[in-house]
Design a protein around this ligand. Structure first.
Ligand code: SF4
Ligand code: SF4
Length: 433
């Protein structure tokens, strides 16, 4: 990304990289992989079309219009196009940079602008405030207000996104951050020492997943350090076009984790893992190149880490259930991790693995996409649910909290019997203790 000067008609610095846009040879290999192109058939909603639009702005053939702003937010940033592209063009990245430009060209004002600023710049960077903000939602559930709201159908009077957001909310539990010990010792013969990166959404919505991740790591012979000063990875900021706050958070986490004497920095959130691995590009010029490279070299998704280290299977208890696996885009496309979760699932005694069609096709969650474009998100989800249904598996396994929320909601709406679980939840169930 060019980060010091405005490029062409881009309104602010930090424009998409021009060289990257030039690499698109318009071959169209990416088209069949793009969920928004599949939905609309519109060239401008395809990777090739999006890159062409951004290039036209860079070449001063087009102004940065509201239509381009909308197109940048309509991109799921699923990166399926990057997997397919022979030139390595990252249309998702280009659109991510355009969202930042959109904030410069058409900044949000009024109450919406203030709310955006509060969430991105104050709430997400402050773990304590973030945790406190969940208290009303927990009271809403425990005092029975949720039951009343759901049974009164009052949500049908509001916008679609409100009903969906309410319906997606899982049963909330007290925050995990304080409960997790700073250090959990390795069990049996020690194989190493790892730092655990807590994802905000994972620990607030699915704390049991993080708990099981630590349990599995310890049982596998790794001492687990969880630095409590860690903050949001910055992914929500990049999604919403706030690269400045994303960089501040990245710098904080980078310096914090680099102080630790650990073999790896492990996370169980695919979105966080992708963001951490991309700090090298985000902080380019702001940190020493070698240290950024060293940081990048340590970050591992939990499935990548366990597969790399070799899963100790002795003592694992059998789980007699059939499972299918949905690949989070930020695991398979952004990090190239596809086989590892499957290997781990197949290694659990008793598990019958059933491959689904289009396992690496997006589920339609994509951060706030599912709330901003409820209808399109539903269509993408329906395609996924049809593939899940065909497998007739008992469980739907995934490895990202955004996918987890969307899939669990979809299964409930469709009255399908499958439950959604994270890979480490299943491994945790099989792990004694
Ligand atoms: S983005 Fe890549 S795959 Fe798509 S048209 Fe351009 S070069 Fe081809
Ligand atoms: S990131 Fe996904 S939605 Fe965006 S252009 Fe690429 S394939 Fe399409």
């Amino acid at each position: 990304m060019s980060d010091t000067q405005c490029l062409g008609n881009f309104p602010v610095a930090d424009a998409p990289g021009y060289e990257e846009m030039l690499q698109c040879m318009r071959c169209g290999f990416c088209l069949p992989t793009c969920p928004t192109f599949a939905l609309t058939g519109r060239e401008r909603s395809s990777p090739r079309g999006r890159v062409a639009l951004a290039r036209a702005v860079a070449d001063e053939k087009l102004e940065f219009t509201k239509a381009l702003k909308e197109e940048s937010f309509f991109c799921l940033d699923c990166r399926a196009c990057t997997t397919a592209c022979p030139s390595g063009v990252q249309a998702g990245f280009v659109m991510e940079a355009c969202r930042n430009q959109a904030q410069g060209a058409f900044p949000m004002t009024g109450v919406t602008g203030k709310l955006r600023e509060f969430i991105l710049q104050r709430m997400l960077p402050a773990p304590d405030l973030l945790q406190t903000s969940m208290l009303p939602a927990r009271l809403y559930q425990t005092l029975g207000i949720q039951w009343l709201v759901r049974h009164s159908h009052i949500l049908k009077l509001g916008p679609d996104w409100m009903a969906k957001a309410e319906g997606m909310m899982p049963q909330l539990h007290p925050p995990l951050r304080q409960q997790l010990p700073d250090v959990v010792p390795a069990q049996g013969e020690q194989r190493g020492r790892v730092a655990f990166f807590l994802g905000c959404v994972m620990t607030l919505m699915y704390p049991e997943v993080s708990r099981q991740t630590v349990k599995v790591l310890a049982h596998q012979g790794f001492e687990v350090i969880t630095p409590k000063e860690q903050k949001c990875c910055g992914a929500p900021h990049l999604t919403e076009g706030d690269r400045k706050t994303a960089r501040e958070l990245a710098m904080h986490n980078f310096e914090l984790f680099m102080q630790l004497d650990v073999d790896a920095i492990v996370t169980d959130c695919a979105g966080c893992g992708a963001a951490l691995k991309e700090y090298e590009e985000l902080l380019e010029g702001a940190g020493e190149h070698e240290r950024l490279e060293a940081f990048r070299g340590k970050v591992r998704d939990i499935t990548e880490f366990l597969a790399e280290q070799g899963l100790r299977t002795e003592g694992l208890q059998p789980i007699s259930q059939s499972v299918t696996y949905h690949e989070p885009c930020h695991l398979c496309h952004a990090q190239g991790i596809s086989e590892q979760p499957r290997e781990l699932l197949k290694a659990i005694p008793g598990v019958e693995f059933r491959e689904m069609n289009e396992a690496n096709w997006c589920c339609g969650s994509a951060a706030t996409f599912s709330l901003k474009f409820t209808e399109e998100s539903q269509q993408i989800l329906d395609r996924k649910l049809a593939n899940v249904k065909e497998t007739e598996a008992d469980l739907l396994v995934t490895a990202n909290p955004g996918c987890h929320l969307q899939l669990a909601w979809g299964l409930k709406q469709a009255e399908m019997p499958q439950k959604v679980v994270h890979v480490t939840e299943l491994l945790g169930r099989a792990t004694p203790g």
